[in-house]
Design a protein around this ligand. Sequence first.
Ligand SMILES: Cc1ncc(COP(=O)(O)O)c(C=O)c1O
Length: 417
Amino acid sequence: MADLFAKIENMGPIGQYNKQVHGYFTFPKLEGEISNRMIFQGKERVIWSLNNYLGLANHPEVRAADADAAAQFGMAYPMGARMMSGNSNYHEQLENELAAFVGKEAAYLMNFGYQGMASIVDCLLSRRDVVVYDAESHACIIDGLRMTNAHRFVFKHNDVEDCEKQLQRATEMVAKSGGGILLITEGVFGMAGDMGKIKEICALKAKYDFRILLDDAHGFGTMGETGAGVGEEQGCQDQIDVYFSTFAKSMAGIGAFVAGNADLVNYLQYNLRSQIFAKALPMPMVIGAIKRLELLRTKPELKDKLWQNVHALQSALKEAGFNIGKTDTCVTPVYLQGGVIEATNLTVDLRENYNIFCSIVTYPVIPKGHIILRLIPTAMHTQQDIDETIVAFKAVKHKLDEGLYPKEIPPVMEAVG
Ligand SMILES: Cc1ncc(COP(=O)(O)O)c(C=O)c1O
């Protein structure tokens, strides 16, 4: 018999390097006001890794709304789960405003996107149902699937032909089981930045009987004429049966919501385990979200500025010869070739010598030999941030291509003191 804790010696694919990377690559502390430039390891850097798309995190009206709500209600109110003792007029007001904004009859708040999505998936599926989902679905969708015993068919990422094939298989299966079909995909895929082919998938409803659940975490606030997301962008919002977004990105808050027709939302209110068995969102988060939604709706200049920066950054990267893949959204990946050790040295070089802080993705998350630098432009960024970043990226790519980086993991902690 083994000690249950024997397994913790194996820290996992990233955790095994924790001694070298903790505090620098993992668990870094970004200090100062949330903005385009923040303090990392005591020095100001251009920050490209926050999903603060519209710059609402530190907007003075948002800060004032958050502070006023905290002063009036504290962080404890309301006590209890929504269903039992944790409801309020503010929670319902936010739900009504969100539903109207995304063009649905009703909406329901959730405390976290991750838990909320997992719970929705669990709640909508039973043993006889079949789920058809994109191969690159976010962990919250995959973890929701782990909770259900519905049959699963996965389709190749954003491949409508394969999606149809899986819908055919699902249709044959439910003909026997007597269940229904749920199709799950995303509005914007957060790693590569490609938009889900939602309109084409919706068109398959003419041939197959299924419901669509859309995770629009990166699309809400950034896509569509009014910012109502990828359904609006592609003109198929009315075809999306269950619309989901988190407040963790454009809304620069915490929490999430799900929207759909009134009967569906009513069902979720009484069956969504993540909310029935959890305390309601505290009042400052709710009142703060009402203010964020108001700004998102009434200040289109924020989204315009965001997209101005997205276009400026992406065209400058392309002009400088960088491969940014197939992004057609704000998420901006830069694909490079190199091993993990080179990637580590390159990142330290970017941060220490050029003051550029962005997220980096390497093996084992992506195949060996590939590096992705992931940039999230926001409405806060300036042309100067973009110019400095391009200069830095050109310099580090040159060093990478010429094999100039050391062949050992950099002594990060020593380097930064
Ligand atoms: C696509 C997607 N879905 C869901 C979530 C989870 O949201 P939250 O941070 O509110 O738990 C995220 C990350 O925030 C995400 O990127």
